[in-house]
Design a protein around this ligand. Structure first.
Ligand code: AMP
Ligand code: ZN
Length: 136
């Protein structure tokens, strides 16, 4: 199902033009309009899902296969030195477009980008408490 006012639905289904790298029945892969690095791409499912929580398991299982293929192509054609896959869910996590998308960000030596977090510190006891909270 498409969502009426969703820009990524419109792009994924070809109603709004984009720099498309790849398309099949499930996905359109496009270049990001505000690229973090040369080749920054987005995998857009054609079916609307706001985020990972709404994404069907079937589409979820296919998205990483698509990412792997696109990543291989990037490595071959752009000669990047590395690759980040980024996927934001929710405003607090940096999601700005409410249609699931997976970022594929080629990385180059000295590209000046930072896709990082500040590592925290915790004890084994604290880790165990979190583990129990999740699995319990
Ligand atoms: P996120 O912050 O994870 O929701 O990422 C949204 C991404 O979509 C950003 O990197 C934007 O640059 C990109 N973006 C937004 N609108 C468009 C568009 N019309 N075409 C291509 N990329 C877009
Ligand atoms: Zn959508």
């Amino acid at each position: 199902m498409k969502k009426e006012d969703c820009i990524f639905c419109k792009i994924a289904n070809g109603e709004v033009s984009s720099k498309t790298l790849y398309e099949d029945e499930d996905f359109r892969v496009i270049l990001d309009l505000g690229p973090a690095t040369k080749g920054h791409a987005l995998i857009l499912p054609k079916e609307h899902a706001a985020d990972l929580f709404e994404l069907s398991e079937e589409t979820a299982s296919k998205v990483l296969v698509t990412a792997k293929r696109v990543a291989a192509r990037m490595a071959e054609k752009l000669h990047c030195d590395g690759m980040n896959l980024v996927q934001n869910n929710g405003e607090v996590a940096g999601q700005t477009v409410s249609h699931f998308h997976l970022h594929i960000i080629p990385r180059y030596q000295d590209d000046g980008q930072q896709i990082n977090w500040v590592p925290g510190k915790c004890t084994q006891e604290e880790l165990e408490a979190v583990r129990r909270e999740i699995v319990g």
